[in-house]
Design a protein around this ligand. Sequence first.
Ligand SMILES: CC(C)NC(=O)[C@H](Cc1c[nH]c2ccccc12)NC(=O)[C@H](CCCC/N=C(/NCCC(=O)O)S[C@H]1O[C@H](COP(=O)(O)OP(=O)(O)OC[C@H]2O[C@@H](n3cnc4c(N)ncnc43)[C@H](O)[C@@H]2O)[C@@H](O)[C@H]1O)NC(=O)OCc1ccccc1
Length: 228
Amino acid sequence: MADIRNIVILTGAGISAESGIDTFRDAGGLWEQHRVEDVATPEAFARDPDLVLRFYDMRREAIQTKAPNPAHRALARLDREWEGRLLIVTQNVDDLHERAGAERVLHMHGEHLNAWCTACDTRSRWTGPLIDRPDCPACGEPRLRPDIVWFGEMPYRMEDIYAAMRGAHLFVSIGTSGAVYPAAGFVRDARSLGAKTLELNLERSQGSGWFDETRLGPASELVPSWVD
Ligand SMILES: CC(C)NC(=O)[C@H](Cc1c[nH]c2ccccc12)NC(=O)[C@H](CCCC/N=C(/NCCC(=O)O)S[C@H]1O[C@H](COP(=O)(O)OP(=O)(O)OC[C@H]2O[C@@H](n3cnc4c(N)ncnc43)[C@H](O)[C@@H]2O)[C@@H](O)[C@H]1O)NC(=O)OCc1ccccc1
């Protein structure tokens, strides 16, 4: 690690699997129980807002009963001790990275514990349900939606992610299947910018071929052993 100063870490549902949060594509995953286009697109929200709000109310409630696992804690430790540049770019909408103590975290697909007002564009911390159409704390309009990036919507803070990648010496991908873009393309971007690339995953992902090194196993074991 001697010549490594700047690190970008991409995490996906696999890092929260051992905390009891369903992944998307694994057996019994979220997308097996619900059709993406029925619950995670702006069109679905326009067509049947109750179905979408109930889907996210259920998940928002569930994640508040879960706890970070050794993989989250190891990354939080690295975040505390690493003097170089470090950014944890997560596709996850849970708050387990932060609850483990990590600070340099960017949620590119949004956060469960935020509500977004489509009347005044304010984002407010929100832990309760949205199905009863509560008023926006900022403007009072009952126009809150989950602060989640749905399919077809632009991910958050792409310019900050690319800025971090531009200076990165190492790009590490943890617990993601590499099925969803633009996140699935980051390994190629990182390589073309000269970074070393490492994958830590339970099984080979769709992007495995692009990594210099792939280590297979559960995140709760792979991540602490990589960090220490
Ligand atoms: C399905 C796919 C083909 N479709 C897309 O990629 C689309 C369309 C698209 C865009 N560009 C393309 C290029 C080619 C093809 C298609 C596209 N992308 C979009 O619509 C994106 C928006 C996508 C975001 C959608 N929202 C999510 N989440 C929030 C919602 C919610 O959570 O409800 S995506 C959601 O699914 C993805 C799930 O993937 P993973 O996290 O990887 O989870 P998965 O279950 O798949 O895999 C788990 C992995 O963990 C491993 N694992 C399991 N257990 C463990 C364990 N214990 N330890 C370690 N590993 C483990 C498993 O082996 C497995 O590999 C995550 O990103 C997650 O956030 N927006 C966009 O493109 O806007 C315009 C744009 C963008 C940029 C510039 C200009 C214009």
